[in-house]
Design a protein around this ligand. Structure first.
Ligand SMILES: [Zn+2]
Length: 476
């Protein structure tokens, strides 16, 4: 199976500069190519990967700064864009702004990548145009490397290898018959039907105080100033600490739970809609917006989605089956007599049945109900992706993101090679400054594009456990 293995890089100053440059060029190519695709769509035509890649090759001769980056990583950026536009629609894919997109680029050719160990703690990887880059040898890459992705996160550079380890998902679990239901909560992150609680603080009181001070400081600083940039970096590295703890907690817990259980039952939570803002519109403002925002933060802070991703990731190795059940009333129903009453839940943690007097911890009671509900549940999705499978949606039920809409490339595919739209690289003066100017135009949010990148990574097996939602929670 394919899996993603991430290592922390220790690049030299000149390598960091090169990586930043590569990231800038990838960003520029993404933005220019996206604008070209939009222009084509406005004229009723469709732009594809192949003509864009051909245009890029021509443009590289004209604008030498494009040639500073290895051509493979630029082609990969165009491929990612192509997939994003097909899956989400051209106008839903976002610009990559310098301020909000962290550089990330992929070397797809395994022949150009070499890895060797130099000492007990250090290894090095050879990448095109970067040369040998040192990295922390936290574990030996166990398998054949298919591609390498270099990315920056929280002020550090990382390399992720997509590795084929020739392993197969076992047909049956080592402990057949072991079943557990898990309740994901706001107070305690995970509670099992066996009565185990899994939780840990992700942010210390000192860190949250520091975060508050930094954010206040940020609000007072002038946009574009050097001091503001330093504050943003400090906030980023503070957020990265919490994010690392979340990733560690989720991987740790998911590994233990998957190793010990053949079937894991979870609630089918629509985390995205659960954590939607209650702000409403200007004409119809929502109510209790602040309370809802606080609840959203608490939900996101417990990284429910990341845990499910980690569990699915681990389940591929253990053969664990993940079952999702409908979450309605699991916390209000008595596990002993099945009587449902909202009043049974006495407090956050206390559950006392108003019919039979059965007492239990509220989360354990809910986890038991989740386990029992699995009898009527649909089996879990085998994929790693965060997207919901279209096939499993009842007709007319909650619509699925971009995948249900008709694929415009099928209708317009024939037009793609026509000269209906402008060339992507018209108007470039061959200067790096234009990169930023172009990016400024569409500045805006890049979160969707970012989401897409992590989705692509998940789909291609480069399992970046990317808790971008968790990060957002901290940054809020
Ligand atoms: Zn009862």
């Amino acid at each position: 199976m394919l899996s993603g293995w991430q290592y922390r890089l220790d690049p030299t100053c000149s390598q960091v500069e090169l990586c930043e440059t590569f990231g800038d060029i990838c960003r520029a190519v993404w933005n220019i190519a996206l604008e070209q695709r939009r222009e084509y769509r406005r004229r009723g035509a469709w732009m594809n990967y192949e003509p864009q890649a051909a245009e890029l090759a021509v443009a590289k001769r004209e604008f030498p700064w494009l040639a500073e980056a290895p051509s493979h990583i630029l082609q990969q950026a165009l491929r990612d864009l192509d997939r994003a536009c097909r899956e989400r629609g051209t106008f839903n894919v976002r610009w990559r702004s310098k301020a909000r997109w962290s550089p990330s680029f992929r070397f797809p050719d395994a022949k150009q990548i070499a890895v060797e160990r130099t000492s007990r703690r250090w290894g090095r990887v050879r990448l095109p145009k970067l040369g040998w880059v040192r990295f922390r040898w936290s574990r030996a890459p166990g398998g054949r490397i298919r591609s390498a992705t270099v990315s920056r996160r929280g002020g550090h550079w990382f390399v992720s290898f997509l590795i084929e380890d020739e392993q197969r998902t076992p047909a049956c679990h080592a402990l057949p018959g072991s079943v557990v239901g898990i309740d994901r909560g706001v107070k305690v992150a995970l509670t099992t039907s066996a009565g185990h609680f899994y939780d840990r603080p992700f942010v210390s009181p000192g860190e949250s105080a520091r975060m508050r001070r930094l954010q206040q400081k940020l609000a007072r600083q002038t946009a574009g100033s050097g001091r503001r940039r330093r504050t943003v970096a400090a906030i980023g590295s503070l957020a990265a600490r919490a994010r690392n703890r979340r990733a560690d907690f989720c991987a740790w817990t998911a590994n233990r739970i998957a190793d010990q259980h053949a079937v894991v039952v979870l609630e089918d939570l629509r985390i995205k809609s659960m954590t939607a803002s209650a702000a409403g519109t200007v004409d119809e403002p929502g109510r209790n917006v602040q309370q809802k925002a606080g609840l959203n933060r608490s939900i996101l802070a417990k990284s429910w989605g990341l845990f499910e991703l980690a569990l699915r990731s681990r389940a591929r190795c253990t053969g664990t089956r993940i079952v999702l059940v409908h979450p309605a009333y699991t916390s209000q129903t008595c596990n002993a007599c099945k009587y449902r009453d909202a009043k049974s839940r006495e407090s956050q943690a206390g559950f006392r049945c108003t019919a039979c007097g059965h007492c239990d911890h509220a989360d354990v009671n809910a986890a038991k109900n989740i386990l029992i509900a699995a009898g009527h549940a649909v089996p879990g999705r085998g994929d790693l992706g965060s997207a919901r499978s279209v096939k499993r949606q009842p007709s007319g039920a909650r619509p699925v993101g971009g995948s249900t809409r008709p694929n415009p490339c099928r209708e317009a595919g024939r037009k793609s090679s026509s000269s209906a739209g402008p060339s992507a690289f018209i108007g470039l003066q061959g200067q790096r400054d234009t990169v930023d100017a172009i990016t400024e135009v569409g500045g805006g949010s890049v979160s969707l594009a970012f989401e897409h990148v992590s989705k692509v990574a998940a789909a291609t097996g480069a399992a970046h456990l990317d808790p971008s939602h968790a990060e957002a929670a901290v940054l809020e």
